[in-house]
Design a protein around this ligand. Structure first.
Ligand code: TSJ
Length: 641
């Protein structure tokens, strides 16, 4: 910014400065919204909605609406005070104009007079404006309706009064610029999921999301008086709770506040969802650390004080978190997001705040609810015993199979290269596909692991059983990095772990199982971006001697048109039934050759979703499973449960 300002000062024109600020956004949109692929598109909506949420946090707004209009423009409204419209002394322009034309104007404009409450959010209205083909802002304030219009960041209509009103609020409609985004079709589900999250995180705030693109509108209004308490109930909806009441804690110091909601279920997995200023922090950070330390301390202290823990059978942090579902939400004015993906909260004082809240309030809760305290502590002690048993089982397996001898499983056709950074392992389902992969691969750096048969039900199995399972054992040994709390990425033998499964129901099933397994027992594998899904072609097109493949329906149509050319010779289109059907050369050419293949990197979100589907399919509860199967009947026919 400062460099641009310098340059524009030479030109001396304020208007140029504004444009250059927004021009920078159009030059490098990814820097401002993360990505211009379909994953970046929803961020335009979040940037706008954040402003309304700030208004709600300041106590002036109760209801926000988000509407997807036909043509994929978006309208966001709120019933707050309305963006200020008076002329700012420094710029001589209406505040409304500054909000949409000056980069990072929010929180600063008005010389403190219009400071966005708490300054929590990005206030990226100008970024959204720069990336919109058109944008209309209407402010309902002082009895008037003010309107101003823009296109790609430039003013197309100065602010003017267009009518009278008794309402207060802001309404913004924008059309994402197709020049800036690969795809401008909004996903209702994505926006719906995020808005639901915002509604959970801001108790009492009502958010309506509507999709007006179809024949019938689709709409849902979400308002949770219980806030993150209801978020926990929702997260546990497919699980069986250990205690009926959600434990809620909350506190504040200075500008910072924190709230937590906890409920254990009868499963073994740990689900911690943490947020800072309503932004997900998938890699945790100081708020999670503070929580974990305090939880372990409170449980051990309670156990010792009440004679439940005797001697040195103290429970570990992991023991205390088996079967826990917790939401941690902190709000602070100077949030520092760290790590490669900025997904980790770095402010150390938040650790102290959360630790204190949990230490004081959870101890009190346990004193007042001894039955719940006992259930939770006994679960942790059970986990402790199981962990001890697992350790013994592991050692005996090591002795029996020489895990440490470096001997590799029969099912693995290893590669010659030894540097993990250069090595790839393909996990292939089915004998014939594995056979083709073994023959087709480049054995210098590509290893093949064949896996088949129905895999283990990881949800019900505990770590000790997993070690003995003959389906997963070769995978654990081949990767070489251990499992669970012992998992060590330093020891990983391949930095690309590629799941190669068919594009059908069985393939989806295998992928879900593997992702669930990685998510639960080798999570750093996914966090470090080592897991991929191979993308096999769907169609084969033939014209005379020429053969081409296509990876989607669109590509099939395009390639077919291209092959047909001007002539009218017939193009033969057939569907690949499965990987097993391809010969080794074909498989190499289409799916394995690093020069030509495409790989899809699996994100933590993908894995979390897999875990959820898996829980539904394999869990104890019959109702959600029935519902899921009915909803997905067309895909689920072959899923064996
Ligand atoms: F992104 C945005 F700027 F375009 C936008 C802002 C979009 C939407 C849908 C809403 C808003 C917005 C801004 N809603 N409410 C506000 N409130 C203010 O900007 C505001 C109003 C009054 C005062 C004051 O001190 O009187 C201060 C502020 C920040």
């Amino acid at each position: 910014m400062s460099e641009e300002t310098k340059v524009t000062q030479e030109y001396g024109g304020e208007q140029i400065q504004v444009l250059e600020g927004l021009e920078a956004v159009r030059m490098r949109p990814g820097m401002y919204i993360g990505s211009t692929s379909s994953s970046g598109l929803p961020h335009l909506v979040y940037e706008i909605v954040d402003n309304s949420i700030d208004e709600a946090l300041a106590g002036y707004c109760n209801h926000i609406t988000v509407t997807i209009n036909p043509g994929n423009s978006i309208t966001v409204t709120d019933d707050g005070r309305g963006i200020p419209v008076d002329i700012q002394p420094q710029t001589g322009k209406p505040a409304l104009e500054v909000v949409f034309t000056v980069l990072h104007a929010g929180g600063k404009f008005g010389g403190g007079g219009y400071k966005v409450s708490g300054g929590l959010h990005g206030v990226g209205a100008s970024v959204v404006n720069a990336l919109s083909e058109s944008l209309t802002a209407r402010v309902y304030k002082n009895g008037n309706i003010y309107e101003m219009k823009f296109s790609r960041g430039n003013i197309t209509q100065e602010m003017r009064i267009v009518g009278k009103t008794e309402k207060n609020g802001t309404e913004v409609t924008f059309q994402p610029d197709p020049e800036m985004f690969d795809d401008i079709v909004y996903s209702y589900d994505t926006l719906h999921e995020r808005m639901r999250e915002e509604a959970f995180l801001n108790a009492g705030l009502s958010i309506t999301i509507t999709d007006n693109r179809g024949e019938e509108p689709v709409s849902e209004t979400m308002c949770y008086e219980g806030g993150i308490r209801e978020f926990v109930t929702f997260s546990n909806r497919h699980k069986t709770p250990l205690h009926s009441e959600v434990i809620y804690m909350q506190g504040a110091k200075g500008d910072a506040s924190a709230e937590l909601a906890i409920q254990y279920n009868d499963g073994f997995n740990e689900s911690i969802q943490s947020f800072a200023n309503d932004v997900r922090t998938p890699e945790g950070g100081m708020h999670e650390t503070g929580f974990k330390t305090a939880l372990t301390r409170v449980l051990n202290n309670y156990g010792i004080k009440n004679g439940i823990i005797k001697g040195d059978d103290k429970v570990s942090g992991e023991d205390c978190r088996e079967g826990i579902t917790v939401i941690i939400s902190v709000k602070l004015t100077d949030a520092q997001f760290e790590g490669q993906t900025k997904a980790k909260l770095g402010n150390a004082y938040i650790r102290t705040l959360v630790d204190q809240i949990v230490n004081d309030q959870l101890s009190t809760y346990f004193e007042e609810h001894p039955a719940t305290a006992k259930l939770i502590l006994e679960k942790a002690m059970m986990a402790n015993r199981a962990r001890e048993a697992a350790r013994k089982a592991r050692e005996s397996i090591r002795r029996k199979t020489g895990l440490e001898s470096g001997q590799m499983p029969d099912k693995l056709q290893d590669c010659n290269e030894r540097n993990p950074e250069l090595c790839e392992i393909y996990i292939v389902e089915g004998d014939s596909a594995a056979g083709s992969a073994i023959q087709g691969r480049d054995s210098r750096f590509q290893a093949i692991l064949a896996m088949w048969g129905k895999m283990l039900n990881v949800e019900k199995a505990r770590a000790d059983k997993i070690y003995g399972n003959d389906k997963l054992y070769p995978l654990i040994v081949a990767l070489g990095a251990g499992i669970g709390e012992e998992f060590d990425t330093q020891k990983l033998r391949y930095h690309k772990v590629i799941i190669m499964a068919d594009a059908d129901v069985d393939g989806a099933h295998i992928r879900t199982l593997l992702l669930t397994f990685f998510f639960r027992y080798m999570r750093p594998l996914i966090e470090n971006g080592y897991v991929y899904s191979a993308v096999p072609p769907l169609y084969k097109l033939k014209k005379g001697k020429t053969e081409r493949v296509a990876y989607s329906d669109e590509e099939r149509d395009a390639v077919s048109a291209e092959m047909r050319g001007d002539g009218s010779a017939k193009v033969d289109i057939s569907r690949f039934k499965g990987l097993g059907e391809m010969d080794p050369h074909e498989l190499w050419e289409t799916t394995m050759d690093p020069e030509k293949r495409s790989l899809r990197r699996i994100t933590l979100d993908d894995a979390r979703r897999a875990d959820e589907i898996f829980t539904i399919l394999m869990g104890e509860q019959v109702e959600p499973r029935k519902e899921w199967i009915e909803r997905n009947a067309r895909y689920a026919i072959n899923i064996d449960i």
